[in-house]
Design a protein around this ligand. Structure first.
Ligand SMILES: *Cc1c(COP(=O)(O)O)cnc(C)c1O
Length: 494
């Protein structure tokens, strides 16, 4: 994805004149390595080289969005010719995150340059599109779940939790579907996930649920991300890191028994809130807590957390603008809301039952399907083995199909023996060991190559859920979903 682009133009004569009047200018603009090349050149070529570096460095700083200054200085940037003589940015401050494409051209007395900064993740990862194994995301199902949970809770604001690549569903389709469903904000676990959303064009509020290092406060402010505050010392360190013009909106976490992050007593919370109020660089967005057992039949611990929450909040003198939020999916689906300001919902939006069937069933629809196509079909006589370790041997003459998906895609080895569904609803069984990129299924008869096999999802009246896979692996659906690898393309459907 493109992070930014910048263009610049300079008059070669004008730049050369500055260098003539102030020789130190050359040492300001050029790094020592660049200066070696500069000194090797003569006359016009020399002036072109200096003006080109000057212009390209300006273009870089514009692409970054900061201009030459605190975030990037002349000496931070080094542009050297490659073997073909073309300029390459060999050194820049975002080398680990962004790849810089650069071009410099001269016409007459003018030098033009342009810099495009591209996010490295997208380049580092093999793009998967031409692949008969994929994930489908149902926009209609997600919209249904959002509307359903909104109605059930009466929540004024629905924040879609999209941490961990949207619970493995894929950021792009889920964010697109969530925006179409009219969510009011997003919540992520890390600052990088928040930056991804901003770069994707999201301009709704974004809460960061996990603790961000305070040194990154200035980036949080620049991208209007709402980090969590869990101590006064975090605020003090963040203040150090902020530029004087920055304004950072934060939310405060209260730990009422999750035992993870947050203020555990009223005094410490109050002290932090006073600090926020007194410092012009901070604003308070909200105060929240997280339940540990909202999806359990036993409500005793839930009640205890709720009680603590109410005690801690009782004496605070909060402005009306400060939102209160306590609800994850379990709370939203099965408990009365002590506050309807805002809910933070992940599981329910994706259609999972966080109680794994323990609590009253809610009308949620699964959002994700995992599909693949037969790439090879053969008839095998009795007594032949299939896959690594020769752990499966055909009992009679069998039709065996090969699917181009394996444990590297998140279809774990332990899923040997699971079912897949043919388009008419008939089942196939995964036989033999699941390999890294392929697995075999026993077919009910001859089935053409290219036939779609659904590994998670609904076909006719038959359904295989993330929960079914989770049961077989003795884990929870979240772990199955978040293991689905980036190698599987994700498509938004209906
Ligand atoms: C992950 C998370 C949520 C979302 O939880 P679900 O049960 O998936 O809805 C909400 N709040 C916090 C603090 C979280 O970490």
């Amino acid at each position: 994805m493109i992070f930014g682009n910048g263009i610049d133009a300079q008059e070669i004569d004008a730049v050369a004149k500055i260098a003539e009047r102030r020789p130190r200018f050359i040492d300001v603009i050029l790094t020592p390595a660049e200066k070696v090349i500069y000194n090797d050149k003569k006359g016009k070529h020399r002036d072109e080289f200096l003006a080109g570096r000057f212009s390209a460095k300006e273009a870089y700083s514009k692409a970054l969005g900061t201009g030459i200054g605190a975030a990037v200085s002349w000496q931070d940037l080094e542009i050297l010719p490659n073997e073909a003589g073309q300029p390459v940015i060999v050194k820049h401050p975002k080398l680990d995150q962004l790849i810089a494409h650069i071009s410099i051209s001269h016409t007459g007395n003018a030098v033009h340059s342009s810099v495009i900064l591209e996010q490295i993740e997208d380049l580092g990862q093999v793009v998967s599109i031409h692949r008969p194994a994929w994930i489908e995301i149902s926009q209609q199902a997600l919209q249904h779940n959002v509307n359903y949970i909104r109605e059930l809770t009466n929540a004024k604001r629905f924040f879609a939790v999209v941490k961990a690549n949207a619970y493995g569903h894929g950021m792009r389709p889920i964010v697109t579907a969530a925006l179409a469903a009219g969510v009011d904000g997003f919540a992520v676990a890390t600052m990088d996930e928040g930056l991804w959303l901003r770069n994707y064009g999201v301009d709704l509020p974004i809460m960061v649920l996990g603790v961000t290092p305070a040194e990154d406060a200035s980036i949080l402010a620049e991208y209007a991300l709402i980090p969590v505050v869990t101590s006064k010392s975090w605020l003090e360190a963040a203040k150090e890191a902020l530029q004087s013009a920055d304004c950072l909106t934060v939310w405060a976490a209260v730990d009422t028994g999750m035992g993870r992050i947050g203020f555990r007593d009223a005094e410490a919370l109050e002290e932090a809130l006073t600090f926020i109020e007194e410092q012009s660089q901070f604003r308070l967005h909200s105060i929240g807590m997280h339940f540990a057992t909202a999806d359990s039949e036993n409500v005793a611990y839930f009640e205890k957390q709720l009680q603590r929450w109410q005690t801690i909040l009782a004496d605070l003198n909060l402005a009306d603008t400060v939102l209160l939020h306590v609800a994850n999916s379990g709370t939203a689906l099965w408990h009365e809301q002590p506050s309807t300001d805002l809910i933070r919902v992940g599981a329910g939006m994706y259609g999972f039952d966080p109680s794994q069937g323990a609590l009253k069933q809610r009308e949620l629809e699964p959002v994700l399907s995992l599909k693949t196509e037969l790439v090879h079909v053969k008839q095998v006589p009795a007594g032949e083995s299939i896959s690594y370790g020769a752990t499966y041997t055909t009992q009679t003459t069998e039709w065996i199909g090969t699917l181009p998906i394996g444990y590297a895609d998140g279809y774990a080895r332990a899923l040997q023996g699971m079912r897949g569904l043919l388009p008419d609803g008939r089942s196939v069984e995964v036989v033999g060991r699941i390999a890294m990129d392929q697995l075999m299924v026993r077919l009910p008869g001859e089935v053409p190559v290219g036939t779609v096999v659904t590994l998670i999802g609904q076909v006719t009246n038959e359904t295989i859920t993330l929960g079914d896979l989770a049961d077989r692996m003795a884990t929870i659906p979240y772990e199955i979903a978040t293991s689905l690898s980036a190698r599987l393309p994700r498509y938004l459907v209906d």
